[in-house]
Ligand binder design. Structure first.
Ligand code: CAA
Length: 383
């Protein structure tokens, strides 16, 4: 594993850094205050080559890999976590379409995603009654001649109401649980399909999170992604990669918060601060060390993905460690900043924005289940 970025990784990082400074940072506070959805910013991220970082150039992507993607996400998330999650889910869906789509599906959606014609692509697995136990979803897709008819309600969909395509998991054989789930690419405007109003959330206000309602929604069989019954695997594989992205996002949010705290500490007169100063220096050292360890875990998981090696365990470990660490780092940054930090500012926003990284794309508890299973599996294989 090489820690020095190669040319493609550096290009993705530089494109993200430029976009963070010119597109995300200037709007982050307003979006946090409820200014709406950053449609134009997300489309500009597409034009900057950041909506298919790990997608083949033949489809308009960068083909730069998962490490490049993690570098880009961390940079963007330090500027605006809410805009970044829209970018992350779009990349995740683009990779799933590239991996499982037929030529017509790729032709239709990938250039529109990677080129910024769509503001976003959305991923829809969770439901009001099934989050962590994803295989217990209730939305059904019933075959009817050359069509499927979808009925049910999905929940917590990033970019709901704004996406150009939705990757939706529904049961085609409910009795078979995980093996009876299929994936569908649904476009906005399809009769019987609508996004509900955005949820009121604690953080990441730049992202719209909605339910999706399917009421006798008829789609052609050609909307199915991959064969019948492999939707759960498509979702799990997508989430393995997505969890690397959330790791990088959490590291980015914490990096931004810690940079603000560091600048504050550097500006203080150490003697005038008395004993508090030593405590704050120690907090800074612990936070910087933990954040570095977290980032290395993220890079390892991304590197394994680039090497086409199994990375489910490492992605889950990375997500668990990065998101829990990032939350503690944001807390430390707030403490270091002192009383001034409790107002509406970038660090208090970071603290609200970082919380959901421990929830979406699998809670910390789900990551522990995945890690424990993988550790046990490896132990029994070695026995
Ligand atoms: N890659 C490929 N296949 C996988 C896989 C992986 N990582 N994990 C499981 N599978 C396969 C298994 O091999 C198995 O296949 P077979 O039947 O052929 O053997 C099948 O999937 C079922 O696997 P499990 O028995 O392990 O399934 P389970 O029901 O026990 O899964 C769980 C448990 C791991 C906790 C899973 O339900 C899970 O990950 N839950 C969390 C879901 C999640 O992260 N949701 C977030 C949604 S997205 C979001 O947050 C919103 C957003 O837009 C950001």
């Amino acid at each position: 594993m090489n820690l020095v970025p190669d040319e493609g990784q550096r290009a993705a990082l530089e494109a993200a850094r430029e976009a963070a400074h010119t597109l995300l940072m200037p709007n982050a506070a307003e979006l946090d205050a409820g200014a709406g959805f950053p449609t134009e910013t997300l489309k500009a991220l597409g034009r900057a080559g950041l909506m298919g970082v790990n997608v083949d150039p033949a489809w308009g992507g960068r083909g730069a890999g998962a490490v490049a993607y993690a570098l880009a996400v961390r940079e963007l998330a330090a500027a605006c976590a809410g805009t970044t999650v829209g970018m992350m889910v779009t990349n995740m869906v683009a990779e799933a379409i590239e991996a499982y789509g037929d030529d017509a599906q790729k032709q239709r959606h990938l250039p529109r995603i990677t080129g910024g014609a769509y503001a976003a692509a959305a991923f829809s697995l969770s439901e009001p009654g099934s989050g962590s136990d994803a295989a217990s979803l209730r939305t059904v897709a019933v075959r009817d001649g050359d069509d499927y008819v979808l009925d049910g309600t999905k929940a917590w969909v990033t970019s709901g109401g704004h996406a150009g395509v939705y990757l939706v998991m529904a049961a085609t054989d409910p009795a078979a649980r995980a093996r009876g789930i299929s994936a569908f690419l649904i476009e906005p405007g399809t009769p019987g399909f609508e996004a509900a109003k955005p949820e009121h959330k604690m953080g990441q206000h730049a992202s719209a999170t909605t339910q999706l309602i399917f009421d006798q929604c008829r789609v052609p069989a050609s909307a199915r992604l991959g064969p019948e019954g492999i939707g759960f695997k498509i979702a799990m594989r997508a989430l393995d990669g997505g969890r690397v992205g959330v790791s990088a996002q959490a590291c980015g949010v914490a990096t931004g918060a810690l940079a603000t705290a560091t600048a504050h500490l550097a500006s203080l007169d150490a003697e005038a601060q008395g004993p508090d100063h030593a405590a704050h220096l120690a907090a800074l050292a612990d936070a910087a060390t933990a954040l570095d360890a977290a980032w290395l875990m993220c890079l390892r998981a991304a590197w394994l993905k680039d090497e086409r090696r199994p990375f489910t365990r490492e992605a889950a470990m990375s997500k668990l460690f990065c998101t829990e660490t990032a939350s503690r780092v944001c807390e430390a940054a707030l403490r270091i900043l002192g009383p001034d930090a409790y107002g509406a500012n970038a660090v208090s926003q970071a603290l609200r924005d970082v919380r959901v990284t421990r929830i979406y794309e699998g809670t910390s508890e789900v990551q522990r289940i995945v890690i424990a299973r993988e550790v046990l599996r490896a132990a029994s294989a070695a026995a």
